[in-house]
Design a protein around this ligand. Sequence first.
Ligand code: CLR
Length: 264
Amino acid sequence: SGSEMGIRPFDPESSFFSYPASLHIEELSASIVRSHRETTQYRPEELQALRWKVFSREEIHAYQSKSVDEMWQHCAVRLTDAVQYVVEFAKRIPGFRQLCQNDQIALLKSGSMEVVLVRMSRMFNTENNTVFFDGKFAGTELFKSLACSDLIAAVFEFAHNLCVLRLTEQQMAVFTALVLLNAVDRPCLEDRERVQRARRDVGLALSHILHRDNQGSLQHKLFQRVQELESLCALHIEKLRWFRQLYPLTVHSLFPPLYKELFG
Ligand code: CLR
């Protein structure tokens, strides 16, 4: 097997792509791509058609005039909507589906926010640095009242840098599946080997499609982005702790239960 030969899915130096891709890997990619297509909030054509919709000055001002806790609650609800689609995506990935519930939750705790941020790059317009949020395209200034401009700036920069790589929907699908299965070193996993096997297969699927598309060089660039994701998610959790200290009741009674289960 690949692991016995010392070949790791993300090792840009490895050369397992020269081996004929097994039927299993082909089927796995196809299944992940289908799951992605069925669980995105918006299709690429829809997003393209909506590009002209940007928030007006007045609308931006209305968001900026919200209180800190009001805006946090609003964003937590929007974020949880997006997370819900990611949970649905995860449940349809072969290899994730078969894991016990405990391990699924453990992977979603770290992976769901990461996948939301990768998916954010599909909703990003690099011409004016805006993202499709709440029905229109919004810049960083709209999120001012969250009082965490460092997180917002970093998240926008990440989405921008990923967007310019111009991943196809297929590449995005398999990359996000890999991101979900990436947390193999979490201490709380019950069946680590099963997770490792699933991750190895999805890694092979990603190399396979990148090489099929003659974009093998993307592998290394995507790997760099994965490291940024980890620090962004850590920053999100840190901001949530800060917010919870200031507004414990808002988090307790107004934040979506799924948000608290995964991040709280
Ligand atoms: C991601 C792609 C989804 C639509 C969507 C909805 C909510 C957005 C999210 C995207 C990106 C990240 C986001 C979030 C709202 C708040 C959050 C901008 C665009 C930032 C990072 C703030 C996190 C802290 C909150 C919990 C307060 O299809």
